[in-house]
Design a protein around this ligand. Structure first.
Ligand SMILES: [Zn+2]
Length: 173
């Protein structure tokens, strides 16, 4: 079940230390809809999300009072690409670089380092950020957001999670 899958990967991301505090959101596409993590409530983190809290929203109109504040970003990527799974996170080492205004190269599965798209700062949750990230998303499936965090996308959540780990590795180099 997609609700369980989104919750399971939310827990993995939090437990691996790939997002800090209550930042980050996770989604998968299924036809015209996506399943996405909920808006943060109080001190809840991705590590606390239950399958029952995952929200199903149309990709065409992702506004929902309980859906993640970055729902527009996930929806815009699904509209413009064939990607089926997206993770947005605030990995600590990557963020420490991005918050200094630095970008960095990211390794692929073979350990070769590549430039990846970088977007300037836009307010979190804004349509401007959503459009900038979706336009920047290329075949590598990784976008760095200056002064904010990281978005990875793939065929499935496993691929998006591996990319997130590779981003954090790239930020250390
Ligand atoms: Zn964020």
């Amino acid at each position: 079940m997609l609700y369980y899958l989104v919750a399971e990967f939310s827990h993995k991301i939090y437990e691996k230390g790939l997002t800090i505090g209550n930042g980050g959101n996770v989604s998968v596409r299924s036809g015209e809809y996506m399943r996405i993590t909920p808006k943060k409530l109080g001190f809840k983190t991705l590590g606390d999300v239950t399958p029952y809290e995952i929200i199903r929203v149309p990709i065409d109109d992702p506004r929902h009072p309980k859906a993640s504040s970055e729902s527009f970003m996930h929806a815009e990527i699904y509209k413009r690409t064939e990607r089926k799974a997206i993770i947005h996170a605030h990995p600590p080492i990557a963020c420490s670089r991005l918050h200094k205004g630095e970008s960095f190269k990211v390794p692929d599965y073979e350990g070769k380092y590549h430039e990846v798209p970088v977007v300037p700062y836009y307010p979190p949750g804004s349509l401007e950020l959503a459009k900038a990230v979706a336009e920047a998303m290329d075949e590598k499936g990784v976008v760095l957001m200056l002064y904010h965090g990281v978005v990875t996308a793939g065929e499935n959540l496993r691929e998006a999670l591996i990319k997130l780990e590779l981003v954090e590795l790239g930020a250390r180099v």
